[in-house]
Design a protein around this ligand. Structure first.
Ligand code: ADP
Length: 692
């Protein structure tokens, strides 16, 4: 017997409780690993996939010890549900939330102090509640559980500033042992959890389950039109032999999908989101769990803690913010171990839109300065209430960064946050700006992993596992890429054949007329037509280069060539992987506006920018010069070029830092390419070019 196995007496008692209270016959192996460590007084971080049974890791000890356990969880809606379920099993439990009236809250705290509760669930915002603090000092929890522990990390996909207060809280209530739980955590997130929750010296054991869900089939499909997407999603939902969740990014969209699918499937499909009344939400959850509803169209608010094993398909019709969020969400499918599917059915626009959204979240420097001035102007050591709007999520993040920097102390308060300035000498606002930029960049990096997942031509499953530092074992039904030998690309159908047809026609025409092909139609105009695919004379007349003369002479022929092509639709043969880059280059040459190109190519901004930067190394300046306005003005370019010359480097980080983050990384990226091309031309004797 090792230190990490139960003694015979422990084993007997655990089995007795499992059977008598939980109706189960044995612990799963990771549960045994966690529970035995807790019984030995160690703190534990358990990283185990959704549905594996993490809750039992603290429910069982509370019964075993017959002592109270405090559970911090961000999911208020879920807490009541969990507490009710435990109470029904005979384990006295309660959830202390703002949904309860004052009397009920007082009763719960009294029950805690009297020692009659075994499980108490609270949201992290509660931790600054004075009455809770007193109750816990009176009766220290036998164990402090931090559910969804990744929320403590800026590198987690769901950072919650309130989580940063857990360590202080834990110290205040006498440092009970800790159990941190999460379904997914990268190395960085694990390190952050340890750093922010524990002290250096205490044992904090890591128990990890496999991240892999071999029964999940993964796929990403790009559809060409909203109608195509609706058809495809309806097909997938129709053929699923069990529960289906369709995830979209907003309440409105969830409502719309519920309507569309109700009609298409001819069965009731319910919308679910945080905007519904709690009673209605519970009814929908119950109906779904009991199988009275098969399909739910929802925001990601739905599914956490939904105990339905036979969810056969999870369909995302929007792009999640991070691979972590995505993996967590698809983890709700196939919890019964039977084959299940995780499908993403999106449009090129979606990646672009989400990226845009994240880009817009970049902290506005003036606003940051304003908040800084307000915080710095506060009297020392005297709390001031900052009132916050419900939808203001940026100010709490900013304040918590200031708390991290030791400038402020924060306490949640009704309607806002109570802010105390504790530093007499303020660090410079630049330090704050720098941290915020870092924070924002992390979000971009997290999103980039999501984009990489969408765009990969490799096995999707191996990619996810690599992301979590695990390796994949081969198995049959894996993902669309494995099934198609890496050809299940998500790019929109290219117009390669139309370009070819137009080119062939142009060559014939030029030969017949005895002129150069570009006299008939130059490349740029030809590409423009291939992109726009005009169906009528009027539409063709709108294309660049199609003046009245050309229209008269070639109009018929061009329209016939365009009409020859099959319209693109879902389920078309897959496009060659080289296509997105080629397509981007045509579009650059055609002078199509940048934003439009992002949509047409259906790749992330950084990927398309990569194509652009490569292309401008060799392309004629006239073709790319006009794009530069998208990133900088002439004067801004000159400032960046001077900095590159001065520092004699083209590494982005030092450049970015040298001008204190005045320009974004994408701006530097493009400026660097332009600069290096101009330098090369100077060296090789080419004419230097003006302006940027
Ligand atoms: P998680 O929190 O990891 O997502 P839950 O704790 O909600 O998962 O448990 C998921 C399901 O697994 C529940 O239905 C639970 O009853 C079941 N379960 C947990 N542990 C066991 C076990 N040892 N044996 C059988 N079923 C279990």
């Amino acid at each position: 017997m090792t230190e990490w196995s139960f003694t015979q007496a422990e084993h007997r008692e655990v089995r007795r409780i499992l059977a008598a209270t939980f109706g189960l016959s044995a612990l799963r192996s990771f549960q045994a690993e966690v529970v035995v460590r807790l019984l030995r007084g160690h703190s534990v971080l358990a990283v185990v996939s959704t549905g594996a049974g993490k809750s039992l890791c603290y429910q069982l000890p509370s019964v075993y010890w017959d002592r109270p356990v405090l559970v911090i969880s961000p999911l208020v809606a879920l807490m009541h549900h969990q507490a009710e379920r435990m109470a029904a099993l005979g384990v006295p439990s309660a959830a202390l939330t703002g949904q309860l009236d004052g009397d009920t809250q007082r009763d719960i705290l009294r029950a805690w102090m009297e020692g009659s509760l075994r499980l108490l669930y609270v949201a992290p915002e509660r931790l600054s509640d004075v009455r809770l603090g007193q109750a816990l000092k009176e009766r220290m929890p036998a164990l402090l559980v931090v559910d969804e522990a990744h929320c403590i990390s800026e590198w987690g996909y769901d950072f919650r500033p309130e989580y940063r207060r857990i360590r202080t809280f834990r110290e205040a209530v006498g440092n009970p042992p800790l159990l941190a739980l999460t379904a997914t955590a990268t190395e960085r997130v694990k390190a952050d959890i340890r750093w922010h929750l524990t002290t250096d010296r205490e044992p904090f054991d890591l128990v990890e389950g496999p991240v892999d869900r071999p029964n999940l089939f993964l796929s990403v499909e790009m559809t060409q039109s909203p109608k195509d997407r609706e058809r495809r999603v309806a097909d997938l939902a129709r053929r699923a032999a069990g529960g289906v969740i369709v995830y979209s990014g907003s309440r409105l969209s969830a409502e719309r999908w519920a309507r569309v699918l109700s009609q298409a499937l001819d069965e009731p499909v319910r919308a679910y989101h945080a905007g519904l009344a709690p009673g209605l939400r519970r009814t929908i959850e119950r109906d779904f769990v009991e199988g009275a509803i098969r399909v739910v169209a929802s925001t990601t608010a739905f599914g956490m803690g939904i105990d339905r094993g036979d969810i056969r398909t999870v369909i995302h019709v929007d792009v999640p913010d991070s691979l972590d969020a995505y993996y967590q969400e698809i983890g709700r499918a196939g919890r019964d171990g039977e084959p299940a599917e995780a499908r993403m059915v999106i449009q090129p626009m979606d990646i672009y839109r989400r990226e845009r959204w994240i880009r817009d979240e970049r902290p506005d420097r003036d606003w940051v300065r304003e908040i800084w001035a307000r915080a710095a102007g506060q009297p020392l050591n005297r709390p001031v209430l900052w009132e916050l709007e419900d939808d203001d999520t940026s100010t709490p993040v900013l304040l918590s960064v200031l708390e991290d920097m030791g400038v402020l102390e924060l306490k949640s308060a009704p309607g806002g946050i109570r802010v105390t300035r504790v530093e007499s000498v303020d660090p410079h606002v630049d330090a704050l700006l720098h941290r915020l930029e870092q924070f924002w960049e992390r979000r971009r990096t997290l999103f980039q992993h999501m984009v990489d997942y969408i765009e990969t031509d490799q096995c999707r499953r191996s990619m996810v596992l690599r992301y979590y530092g695990q390796s994949a074992s081969p198995h049959e039904r894996c993902c669309d890429q494995c099934e198609s030998g890496g050809r299940a690309t998500v790019g929109p159908r290219g117009d390669a054949s139309l370009v070819d047809r137009l080119r062939a026609w142009r060559t014939q025409e030029a030969l017949a007329m005895g002129v150069e092909p570009y006299i008939v139609l130059n490349d740029r105009d030809l590409m423009g037509i291939a992109v726009k695919r005009p169906q009528t004379r009027e539409a063709l007349a709108q294309c660049q280069g199609m003046g009245p003369k050309r229209l008269k002479k070639y109009g018929e022929a061009i329209l016939a060539l365009v009409g020859d092509g099959e319209p693109a639709s879902a389920g078309d043969e897959p496009l060659d992987q080289g296509a997105p880059r080629d397509r981007a280059v045509w579009l650059f040459k055609a002078g199509v506006p940048w934003e439009r190109i992002l949509i047409e190519v259906g790749r992330s901004e950084s990927t398309v920018r990569g194509y652009f930067v490569d292309w401008l190394k060799t392309a004629p300046q006239a073709e790319w010069l006009h794009y530069l306005a998208h990133w900088f003005t002439d004067a801004e370019y000159r400032m960046m070029a001077d900095t590159m010359d001065r520092l004699q480097t083209d590494r982005l980080r030092p450049l970015y830092d040298a001008l204190q983050g005045r320009f974004r990384f994408d701006q530097w990226d493009v400026a660097r390419a332009v600069h290096s091309r101009r330098r090369a031309e100077l060296v090789s004797g080419g004419a230097p070019h003006q302006g940027g």
